[in-house]
Design a protein around this ligand. Structure first.
Ligand SMILES: Cc1ncc(COP(=O)(O)O)c(C=O)c1O
Length: 467
């Protein structure tokens, strides 16, 4: 894979800010991009001349930066080929197997994902095992989903205020799989896609990998800029929006705004967090206001990420098209997990209140800790979801994410949630961990911030993938 000079330019953001020689700042920023996974491993970087021209700097500056990166093990060059990204031996970059290497040692603030409701999950699997014999005589490839789960998901939409039939539902292996399927089916290279800014990093990753042109529409402190969305979506190929407890901010599009929203292009709404209404009434899905909207859902945040169950809600013709397109990469979602989800969706009204109360308490605890340790940070909590989006006085987010593992913590750098290197002053902090982990993570964060402010450089493993 190859990174073009304009792409690297966008990822670098305002790398030249601050004091010190330009080659050193460029080296450090590229190193951070490799460490936190925004620049994947094995990617060819642009030639020196190209990058220098794009950045408007001398070729010597780029050459010196590349030489340092080569000497420190972050670039490798085989004879007469272009340099590719790598990490020094003994280290692991984000997106590779850092999770497996560090689990059990690091407190994970890079995932906003709650633990499973253990007893309910156990009961659901017991029931699923009892149901399994009914399915064993058939082949088990559930390419569009088990009828009983498609009906259970449709019923949940009806309960949330949106008439839905099972024919409108395709079961996927998680929401990310659903978004992937949609992006692959609906977009071509260079398609223009409108996204919230900030937005969910793995969706951005996906859009970049399909070479979409991304148009970010900035969220305000209180929500969505409706006129800006109407303008940006006009003539675009797709919009990918998170109006239901937006990740990372926790904001929710109010009912009156749902009605006023004008969408000028096909729109995918990712409702992964939709059930996590902490301070407001659960929102009626956007598709109830705008019938053409395609919804993506998941049980990952409502029940558990380990189930790997999600879905797409769209008109039946598109559902059939997606089911066929799916065969190119996978042939269905595991039957036992689908059956367990039928049981869990049947119990949602008893599972959800406890989950929401735990999250409210977790959020209050996190906000208390943040207020005590970082009085100069601004944190305006949203009204649901799993995280807060903190604003720091200085642009140190990538440095914190790279340094954090040395202090026992994994963090997701703010720029992962944006394009063009934005959000260096931001950090997403989850409140879905248990109290001891939240407290220990906060002490680790305090140590990390102190280290970053005293100019320490990262030498260790950064966070792996996030969710
Ligand atoms: C907005 C959003 N979409 C998709 C996902 C991925 O969901 P799943 O685990 O169902 O693939 C997440 C998980 O964090 C998310 O927050």
């Amino acid at each position: 894979m190859h990174t073009t000079a304009p792409t690297l330019d966008r990822l670098l953001g305002d790398w030249a800010a601050g004091t010190g020689p330009a080659h050193r700042k460029l080296t450090e920023r590229i190193r951070l991009l490799i460490l936190d996974g925004r620049l994947p491993l094995g990617v060819t970087v642009p030639g020196e001349r190209d990058l220098a021209a794009t950045l408007g700097i001398s070729r010597t500056t780029v050459a010196t930066a590349y030489t340092t990166l080569r000497e420190t093990g972050y670039l490798t060059t085989r004879q007469r080929t272009r340099s590719t990204t790598t990490v020094p031996p003994g280290r692991t970059s984000a997106g590779h197997h850092a999770t497996e290497l560090v689990d059990g040692q690091l407190i994970d603030f890079s995932h906003a994902s709650p633990p499973a409701p253990g007893a309910a999950l156990h009961r659901a699997y017991t029931w699923a095992l009892e149901q399994l014999p009914r399915h064993l005589p058939r082949h088990g490839y559930a390419q569009i989903g088990l009828p009983e789960l498609r009906e259970a998901v449709a019923a949940r939409y009806r309960a949330r205020g949106l008439a839905t039939t099972p024919e409108q539902i395709l079961i996927t292996t998680g929401a990310q799989h659903g978004v992937h399927l949609l992006v692959r089916t609906l977009l071509r290279p260079r398609s223009r896609v409108v996204v919230d800014h900030p937005t969910y990093p793995h969706a951005l990753h996906l859009l970049r990998s399909t070479r979409a042109r991304i148009t970010p529409v900035a969220l305000t402190d209180t929500g969505w800029d409706l006129p800006a969305l109407a303008t940006a979506t006009h003539g675009a190929d797709l919009a990918y929006l998170l109006p239901d407890f937006h990740n990372p901010t926790g904001l929710c599009l109010a009912p009156a705004e749902r009605e006023r929203l004008r969408l000028g292009c096909p729109t995918v709404v990712d409702e992964t967090m939709a059930e996590l209404a902490l301070d407001v009434e659960p929102p009626v899905p956007l598709a109830a206001y705008h019938p053409g909207v395609i919804s993506v859902g998941s049980v990952s945040k409502t029940f558990w990420g380990g189930l790997r169950i999600g879905w797409i809600r769209a008109d039946p013709a598109l559902i059939q098209r997606l089911a066929q397109a799916r065969a190119g990469t996978d042939l269905g979602t595991p039957v036992l997990e689908q059956l367990a989800c039928v049981a869990l969706l049947g119990q949602i009204d008893t599972i959800l209140p406890t989950r929401l109360e735990e999250l409210r308490q977790g959020r209050a605890h996190l906000l208390g800790l943040l207020g005590a340790h970082f009085p100069d940070w601004t944190v305006t909590p949203g009204v649901g979801g799993l995280s807060v989006w903190a604003t720091m006085p200085d642009p140190i987010s990538s440095a914190l994410a790279a340094l954090a593992p040395q202090h026992g913590l994994r963090l997701a750098a703010g720029p992962r949630f944006g394009v063009g290197g934005a959000f260096e002053r931001h950090l997403r902090l989850p409140y879905s961990l248990d109290t001891p982990a939240r407290e220990a993570g906060m002490y680790a964060l305090v140590a990390t911030v102190q280290a970053a402010r005293s100019g320490h450089r990262a030498t260790d493993t950064p966070p792996a993938g996030l969710a």
